[in-house]
Design a protein around this ligand. Sequence first.
Ligand SMILES: NC(=O)C1=CN([C@@H]2O[C@H](COP(=O)(O)OP(=O)(O)OC[C@H]3O[C@@H](n4cnc5c(N)ncnc54)[C@H](O)[C@@H]3O)[C@@H](O)[C@H]2O)C=CC1
Ligand SMILES: NCC(=O)COP(=O)(O)O
Length: 363
Amino acid sequence: MKTEQSFFTESGTILRNDDLRPCLAVTLGDPGGVGPEVILKALADPSVTESCRVTVVGSRSLLLKTYSQLREILPGECLADPDSLSMLDVEVPSVDGEITVGCGNAASGALSFAFLETAIGKTLAGEFQGIVTGPIAKSAWQAAGHDYPGQTELLAERAGVERFGMLFVARSPHTGWTLRSLLATTHIPLSQVPELLTPELMSRKLDLLVECLQKDFGIAKPRVAIAGLNPHSGEQGQLGIEEKYWLIPWLEWEKKRRSDLVLDGPIPPDTMWVKPGQAWFGNHGNSSLFTHDGYLALYHDQGLIPVKLMAFDRAINTTIGLPFVRTSPDHGTAFDIAGKGIANPTSMKAALQLAVELVKQRS
Ligand SMILES: NC(=O)C1=CN([C@@H]2O[C@H](COP(=O)(O)OP(=O)(O)OC[C@H]3O[C@@H](n4cnc5c(N)ncnc54)[C@H](O)[C@@H]3O)[C@@H](O)[C@H]2O)C=CC1
Ligand SMILES: NCC(=O)COP(=O)(O)O
């Protein structure tokens, strides 16, 4: 229904014709975790909400429950009132079991899956320009019969892309420097990492990272650091063979293929994070510091331990390669603190802010 001033989307969101702020879907995540709490806290911050139009995709009754529980334990806290939020109330799939704050199960997994599926469908239909996801528990999805390693893979599958990546982004509150770390492999057992890493996969991930640094972050000639796999990058074969057999030759070949870039590596995985740490904390004294615009880590924990050490409270997980923007806080469901009112919303706020920036950059 269209009027001169406004129109209603299918989900009831009222959009003004002259309102050009990015339209974002925010999924609640696992209702047993801290997702609903960090969303209510983040959406109470005008510096976050003024820059975008948000629709929460989830369950109104569950969000109201979290709101009244938090109101009791945090009487002075700024919280968004669910009644004031634009909300897409997802039909709850019928599953055995109850939602229990502090744990994930088949019921909570079925819900968080349905929230994300709905948000993806509406985004692909053009209703939203980006999705900010609340954290889910992979084990709860499994319990609900959804065999995906994580939200990233579901997003990629539904968007029909095979070329995608998990990038973590964090801006230092100390220096303003931005850390960007892409994971070449993600949710797989460590024992499978060496066989899955191939020159083809590395070239694909490198191209994705470069494309994102150029298009999303406006860096014309990106400087990229690539990690080694083994201690000391294999120490010339003494401590592992992958660098000598293919990683070093591949990188030499890439340096010729991508002479438009600055490529460094394979950097010993432990020392790769020393300069980013100094740039993050600003503790390099008067000496000049050469850092990279992007870091390509070979496996999940190699890329994420430094990110979480430096920036657990504010890093953002973004899926690159999708036809729309997707960001998420870097933390998980935090079942151990759910319902206690102590969850920090900073990473959720940062995820909303980055989604706004990325939508603007792409439009
Ligand atoms: N994007 C997503 O949906 C993600 C989901 N997960 C899922 O979350 C579940 C739990 O994973 P964990 O490894 O325990 O990581 P976690 O991030 O949920 O918790 C790790 C520690 O950080 C604390 N923490 C997390 N978020 C916090 C916040 N906002 N404020 C204050 N403290 C916070 C927790 O209390 C816990 O001590 C797993 O099922 C995992 O699959 C994990 C990471 C990302
Ligand atoms: N550790 C990162 C992570 O678990 C991201 O998960 P998801 O966003 O793919 O669900």
